[in-house]
Design a protein around this ligand. Structure first.
Ligand code: GRF
Length: 205
C-alpha cells in the first residue's frame, strides 16, 4: 500500500454532493487521497461552488470552451494528465467521456449510477428518470452502482452495488433521496478499497 495520497480528479456537472462526500472523507483523515483537479462543464454548478469554498483547483471545460468534441476530449485528457491523476471520478457528470480520455485512462474512470445496473441504465436514465423507471416497473428494491466507464452508457464493469428497499408510497423524489444517501457512502468506500490495495488500478476484466 502506497503512503502517497491517491491522486483523484473529479468531473461533476450539478450539485456535487457525491464529490462533497469524498472531500469530507478525505478531510476526516479516513481516506488517503487528494483531489488534484475538478473539471466541470458547468462553471455555475453547485459542484464548482463547493470546490471554490474548499479552495481546490478546478477548470471549466465544455462545448463553450471547446466547440469541437475532439478538441474538448483532448483538453480534458491533457488536464487530467497534467495533474497526474491516478483515478478519475465522475460524480453527476452529464457528458460522455471522449475516446482519447477513455484510452489514456482505461480502467481508471469510475462512475456512480443511482440504480442497480444493468437495470434502469443507458441513454436517458439520468436525474429523476431511473427512479421513475424503478417505480414504473414495481421493483422491490433499488440502489447505487459504482462502475468503470468504458464508452457505453452505464455498461462498464460493475465494481460495487448497494441496495435500498422501495417503500410503499415512494415517489421518484423520495426514492432518489434514499438512493443518494447511500451513494455518498459507497463511492468513498470504493475509493477506500483502491487506496487500501483491495482493488487494483487499472480496473480491468
Ligand atoms: C447522483 O444521483 C448520481 O448517481 C448521478 O447524478 C447524481 C448527482 O448528484 N449520476 P450530485 O451532483 O453528486 O449531488
Amino acid at each position: 500500500m502506497s503512503t502517497e495520497p491517491l491522486r483523484i480528479a473529479v468531473l461533476a456537472s450539478h450539485g456535487g454532493s457525491n464529490m462533497q462526500a469524498i472531500m469530507d472523507r478525505i478531510a476526516d483523515g479516513q481516506l488517503n487521497a487528494r483531489i488534484v483537479l475538478v473539471i466541470s462543464n458547468n462553471s455555475k454548478s453547485g459542484a464548482i461552488e463547493r470546490v471554490r469554498q474548499a479552495g481546490l483547483p478546478w477548470q471549466h471545460l465544455s462545448s463553450r470552451t471547446h466547440a469541437d468534441p475532439a478538441a474538448l476530449d483532448e483538453a480534458i485528457c491533457q488536464a487530467l494528465e497534467s495533474v497526474h491523476a491516478e483515478l478519475v471520478v465522475l460524480a453527476g457528470y452529464m457528458k460522455k467521456i471522449g475516446p482519447q480520455t477513455l484510452e489514456a485512462f482505461k480502467g481508471r474512470i469510475l462512475n456512480i449510477h443511482p440504480a442497480l445496473l444493468p437495470r434502469h441504465g443507458g441513454p436517458g436514465m439520468y436525474g429523476i428518470h431511473p427512479h421513475e423507471s424503478v417505480l414504473a416497473e414495481s421493483d422491490a428494491e433499488s440502489g447505487a452502482t459504482v462502475h468503470v466507464i468504458d464508452g457505453n452508457y452505464d455498461q462498464g464493469k460493475i465494481v460495487a452495488q448497494r441496495r435500498v428497499p422501495v417503500m410503499p408510497g415512494d415517489t421518484p423524489q423520495t426514492l432518489q433521496q434514499r438512493v443518494l444517501a447511500i451513494e455518498h457512502g459507497i463511492y468513498a468506500d470504493v475509493i477506500g478499497e483502491i487506496v487500501a490495495g483491495k482493488l487494483t488500478l487499472p480496473l480491468v476484466d
